[in-house]
Design a protein around this ligand. Sequence first.
Ligand SMILES: [Zn+2]
Length: 79
Amino acid sequence: MLKKEIKAVHDKDLEAVLKNLNILDDVSQGERKCKFCDCIINMTNLQALFPESGDIKLVCEKAECIKKMYEYVGEKGIG
Ligand SMILES: [Zn+2]
């Protein structure tokens, strides 16, 4: 159930997903960071995203960050 809240992002619909969330411009301009390692998120390294506190948190492609995301979302009970 929790995992449904996490959107795995694939290249072909990445732009559409970001646009729907109104963060496509932010990502394009390098204004979004990975929630866990603070690296700049771009169209290449964006792996997943999830909602928190009315905002969208982005997660980069590092295995460590993806693991943290699942632990974090599980603990917080997002959704
Ligand atoms: Zn990261």
